[in-house]
Each structure stands twice: as C-alpha cells, then as structure tokens.
Write a protein that binds this ligand. Structure first.
Ligand code: ZN
Length: 251
C-alpha cells in the first residue's frame, strides 16, 4: 500500500521531469541551452505561459494545439511526459522506495531522452553519459563495501565494446554506446551490465528485424535505444534474472 502512494507521488514528479526531458530532446542536439531560453511555440514563437506547461493535462485541455496560432503540437510531448512518469512508478512499485530506486529513476530519464535523440540523430550526447556516470559514483559511494563490483562494471562491457569499436573503426558500434555502457556499468555493477548488454543485443536483433520487415528498407541500427531497454529491464529485475540463471546453470 505504502509503495502505491510513493509510486503515485513519483509518477507526478516523473511527468514534470518528463516535460524538462522534452526540452532536452529538442535543444541538446541543436546545442541550445536547456535552462536559459523560455519555452516557446515552434511555429509562432510566443512564450508558453506556466499554466499551459502542466504536463499531459495542458496538452489535453488545449486539444494538442498552440493556444495562440492553433498549430498542432507534437504528440511526442505528452508521450514523453507520460512514459517518464510511468517508468518512475514501475521502478518504485517493483523495487520499493529507496535511494537506489531514485538513482534508477534518474537513470531512466536519461535513457529515455538519449534513446529518442540516438534514434533520430545516431548520436548519444555526452552529457547524458556523464549524468549516468555521476549516478554511478553516488551508487559506489553508498555501497563502498562492494566498490569493486561497480569498478569492474565500469570497464567490463565498455572495454569489450571499445575493442569492437577499434577493430571495426567505429562501424560496428558507436563511441556513445561504449561510454553509455561504461557509465551504466558503474551504476549497475558488473553482473548487471553484462545482463544489460545481453538483453540489449537480443531485443535489438529481434526488433530491428521486425522493423526492417515492416518498413521494407534498410535502416541503420541505433544501438542506444536497445541498450537502454536492456539497462531498464536490468534495473527492474536484474537481481532476479541473475539469481535464477546462477541457480539453474551453475551448481
Ligand atoms: Zn503558436
């Protein structure tokens, strides 16, 4: 019961942070500041009033249109807000309300934003990896007894991917993916990041094949979204999956 209340509260925080993510998703690839310039309509340039910036609800009340020029607004705004809120709520419901869950929620926001950006531009902005790395350092500092778990996590997958990066001269994997797995490895520890890579590759291959069949064209594979999905699943059920695997196969 308590968890449900925490989940509702974090959902509300989540949709507001989701609205900031929308700003990041549009401005970071264009190298614009995410804090200085006020939110404005992309079409008529009018500043958006605070009461029209309430996540999800403003979009619904305005019927998805700008209040002034009536241009249709992208459904991506409320969608990102909702996904960020629901992501937070799921993390709290499954893992309980504690410091690690809060770190995972913030990591989830970064994954969501960097996935959308990577999907569009094939680039993961460095700032997101730095942010996840900082979350990882906080995790390490609050679990100093197991410091080596996170240090190994930092290098084990990223080192392997970096080798592929060098051998394929950057065609096999992007530099942003390597840094993402280093940062997330610091947060999840070495077992968690190995699992994330495995899940990301499996899900990536399946979804990519389906996408190519549906869209009937070759599409360059952006790994970021799939690695992010692997990291998200690991944050939710990593411990359970790893224990199940160890008990089933290693005796
Ligand atoms: Zn407008």
């Amino acid at each position: 019961m308590e968890n449900i209340i925490y989940a509702i509260i974090t959902f509300i925080y989540g949709i507001f942070i989701g609205s900031f993510l929308n700003v990041c998703i549009y401005r970071i690839p264009k190298k614009e500041s995410v804090v200085v310039v006020r939110s404005h309509c992309m079409n008529c340039g009018k500043n958006i009033k605070w009461y029209d910036l309430v996540p999800i609800f403003s979009f619904l009340i305005l019927g998805g249109k700008c209040r002034y020029c009536k241009t249709k607004l992208s459904a991506q705004y409320p969608l990102i807000e909702f996904l960020n809120g629901i992501g937070y709520a799921i993390i709290i419901l499954i893992r309980g309300f504690n410091l690690v869950s809060i770190l995972y929620c913030l990591c989830f926001s970064s994954l969501l934003a960097l996935s959308v950006i990577d999907f569009r531009t094939f680039e993961i902005p460095f700032a997101f990896n730095v942010f996840i790395g900082i979350l990882g350092i906080i995790r390490l500092l609050t679990d100093l007894k197991h410091w080596y778990v996170y240090i190994i996590g930092f290098v084990v997958v990223s080192g392997f991917l970096y080798l592929i990066f060098i051998i394929t001269k950057g065609r096999g994997i992007g530099g942003g993916d390597v840094k993402l797995m280093a940062a997330a490895g610091l947060l999840l520890g070495w077992k968690g990041i190995v699992l994330s890579l495995g899940l990301g590759c499996i899900l990536g291959s399946i979804i990519h094949i389906i996408l190519m069949k549906v869209q009937k064209k070759d599409r360059v594979l952006a790994m970021g979204p799939y690695l992010s999905l692997g990291i998200f699943i690991t944050m939710l059920w990593g411990d359970k999956i790893i224990n199940w695997y160890l008990n089933s196969y290693i005796r």
